[in-house]
Design a protein around this ligand. Structure first.
Ligand code: BGC
Length: 729
């Protein structure tokens, strides 16, 4: 008996030692466990079952394999809320009464907060809403570079600058995915215009690709850990993005190491064999004949004929199963349940909106407006009470509610000052997809509206004009015809300003507008974005001074369109269905700075009701090796009387480089909140490796040794501190 016990003890000990060996089952990492289970599942699947998983079986789902416990996969737009439920086989509303979702600030608004922490929180609550609606993938964020002010989808995107895009999209994705929902970063790649997006062929240099258009996607995958990626409609260097082995295999899989799912934009696939072999995993579409999709029956045929190997199909299914395990669709772990339009979600929408609002001009203390000291406020303009959530096409939402600026002012001002309204101008446009904008002009009515607004402004203490555009202009499927303020708003603004010198203009728009003819005349200009369901409350709080504005522009506002890099020659919208990005790496402020063209409002610009002082710039060393990081520190003080936040922007320039480099590039930033008189030492870390340029000769990133200038700025054009460091051989 005693002997038996000893033998048992030895057996147990041996089992423990074995279990602790590297490579043993117990030691298997979570990733390895997932790989094992993916392979096990795959082995049991027929070719038809595999193919079922790699194409749409409704507008927003793919088939599962019931007998193996693999459910259907459910996708939803994105990117700033969960889209209304539609019928499986049509684009008609499904008529649900419980799918009115939160409407969060859109992409450019999120970027304008310059607050990656907030981006993460918005991502998290968006993920929770998607989970609550039983979605597995939310189709966002959209991160295409804002190359031209005219792109109809700029409002969904983030910025003209790849560093700001990267810093904001990675936490947004982490937030979404923390709710057990996959993010889908889109649209890979070079979908920088909506005109001809389904046909245009984009040409750019390797350097432009690496330095400007790829970094956001790289960060989304490497830092954000994005599980899925949507492949764009357009062509890239002669090949459709969806059948482009360079983009899908060489860059995504081999270079970046992407292990997730690539899915086509809706109906962006043009072939079976080429697309399957190029590396696309999943075909989504707009048509309801799902079996006829390129990745349905024709792909089964192609495998049988030996044109596509079954191993290729297996890779695609593996990518999908892997994401299913990671988001707990499979694997038996308890999955987050999510939540919907909760007070917390409303609070997040409000917070992001408040931090996104950009104060562009404020003369003679026109702002804030103290409702206890002014008697009447004239509220003018169509955007005062227009709701925007439903517009923009695929990103449009059935919002639970949307507070307009007028409603916000009513909520906040209550019985204090009197709010009086006049429309001032009429939104006389309608967007008809495929036909563009249709206008119905009524000159008599326009004159009457103008007259009413001027009279009201004259009789009021303050006039606030809610101007700008709407989703007839900022929309998927089309670009704007120009950068001008439509509906004769310029005339309205100038006339109202003559009638009341305390005229404040609030702009609603998601991309740059021409403000050059109104800028010098009005007392104040505020940029308000499409700012989600709480946007009106946030705007009222900024206008009345409860909140101090702290947003900064994520793009440049040029004086005129012809100043823009993409519009200098004929680089937009292309010639013969080809668009050459001849401006190369000089996109956004890189162009204006390097060419010495003064913009109307520079990238990174935004005022506050208080003032900030920058001083005492230091670096931890004077010279650095290529593997080092530069620790830049300086102090920031709130020198005014109101609490506020300032985003300090760190740009680096490489004046002695042997190749052309932009005058400067953003390499770090920090948003700092300070009480009146408060001061803080701010530290920004810049890895020396991030100072590299992409060398086309070496096909590699190169940091040239030598001196680099460090510029601590309040906007790309407003330098506050400067210094330099040296990078050694
Ligand atoms: C858009 C995508 C969207 C998809 C599904 C496409 O037209 O480009 O961004 O996610 O439709 O609605």
């Amino acid at each position: 008996m005693k002997h038996m016990k000893r033998v048992l003890l030895y057996i147990c000990l041996a089992a423990i030692v074995w279990a602790c060996q590297p490579g043993s089952k117990k030691q298997e990492s979570k990733e390895d466990q997932i790989e094992t289970r993916v392979t096990e599942l795959l082995k049991q699947m027929t070719l038809e079952e595999k193919i079922g998983m790699i194409h749409g079986n409704s507008k927003f789902s793919t088939a599962g394999v019931e007998r193996l416990g693999i459910p259907e996969w459910h996708l939803s737009d994105g990117p700033h809320g969960v889209r209304e439920e539609i019928e499986r086989d049509s684009w008609r509303s499904a008529g649900w009464t419980n799918d009115s979702s939160s409407y969060f600030p859109t992409g450019t608004a999120v970027a304008a907060t310059w607050n990656p922490g907030l981006a993460k929180i918005q991502g998290k609550v968006l993920g929770e809403e998607a989970r609550f609606r039983k979605k597995d993938i939310i189709l966002g964020p959209g991160i295409n570079v804002i190359r031209t002010p005219l792109c109809g989808r700029n409002f969904e995107y983030l910025s003209e600058d790849p560093f700001l895009i990267s810093q904001m999209c990675a936490p947004y994705i982490q937030g979404i995915q923390s709710a057990d929902v996959a993010a889908c970063v889109k649209h890979y790649i070079a979908n920088n215009q909506e005109i001809d997006r389904g046909t245009v062929d984009v040409e750019m240099s390797d350097r432009t690709f690496e330095e400007i258009y790829l970094p956001g996607f790289k960060a989304a995958i490497r830092k954000g850990g994005a599980y899925t990626l949507m492949v764009a409609y357009n062509k890239f260097r002669g090949k459709w993005c969806c059948e482009n082995p360079f983009l899908l295999t060489d860059v995504l899989r081999k270079d970046i190491g992407f292990k997730g799912v690539t899915l086509s934009d809706w109906a962006a696939v043009h072939s079976t064999v080429e697309t399957a072999n190029a590396g696309l995993d999943l075909e989504m579409g707009t048509d309801s004949a799902y079996n006829r999709y390129y990745f349905a029956d024709p792909l089964i045929e192609a495998v049988k004929e030996g044109k596509v190997s079954e191993t290729t199909i297996d890779e695609k299914v593996k990518n999908i199963l892997r994401v299913m395990f990671k988001t707990k669709v499979l694997g038996g772990e308890i999955r987050a349940e999510g939540s919907f339009v909760s007070p917390e979600h409303q609070q997040v929408a409000y917070k992001v909106a408040t931090e996104s609002i950009v104060l562009l001009k404020n003369e003679n203390n026109a702002l804030p407006v103290d409702p206890s000291t002014v008697k009447t406020i004239a509220v003018i303009g169509d955007n005062a009470d227009r709701k925007h959530a439903a517009g923009g096409n695929s990103s449009g939402l059935k919002a639970k509610y949307e507070i307009t600026p007028l409603q916000g002012l009513k909520n906040r001002i209550g019985g204090q000052a009197k709010l009086k309204t006049a429309l001032g101008y009429e939104k006389n446009s309608e967007i008809q997809y495929g036909k563009g904008l249709i206008f119905k002009e009524d000159k008599k009515k326009d004159a009457q509206l103008l007259d009413e607004a001027v009279k009201l402004a004259k009789a009021s203490d303050v006039a606030i004009i809610f101007a700008g555009i709407n989703h007839d202009y900022d929309t998927e499927g089309d670009d704007r015809p120009d950068m001008e303020l439509p509906y004769n708003q310029e005339k309205l603004i100038l006339e109202v300003t003559k009638a009341n010198p305390r005229t404040i203009v609030v702009i609603t728009a998601g991309s740059p507008l021409n403000l050059s003819r109104i800028k010098d005349h009005v007392a104040a200009i505020v940029w308000g974005w499409y700012n989600g369901m709480e946007g009106g409350n946030a705007m009222a709080d900024v206008l009345t001074g409860k909140v101090n504005p702290s947003g900064k522009l994520p793009f440049t506002i040029p004086v005129s369109l012809k100043d823009c890099p993409a519009h200098e020659k004929i680089n937009y919208p292309g010639v013969g269905m080809q668009v050459k990005y001849d401006e190369g790496i000089l996109v956004g402020y890189r162009w204006y700075d390097t060419k010495g063209i003064a913009p109307l409002y520079p990238f990174g610009y935004g005022l506050s009701y208080t003032t900030f002082k920058y001083d005492n710039l230091k670096t931890d060393k004077e010279t650095y090796g290529k593997e080092d990081s530069i620790k830049v520190s300086f102090s920031l003080t709130n020198t005014g009387k109101m609490a506020g936040a300032e985003t300090a922007e760190l740009y680096v320039s490489d004046p002695d480089c042997t190749v052309m480099r932009p005058a400067k590039e953003l390499k770090g930033f920090k948003k700092v909140f300070l009480a009146p008189g408060g001061s803080q030492t701010v530290t920004v870390i810049v890895p020396v490796s991030s100072l590299a340029y992409y060398s086309e000769n070496d096909k590699d990133w190169i940091v040239e040794p030598g001196r680099f200038e460090l510029l601590v700025n309040s906007s790309s054009a407003d330098n506050r501190l400067s210094g330099s460091i040296v990078v050694n051989q």
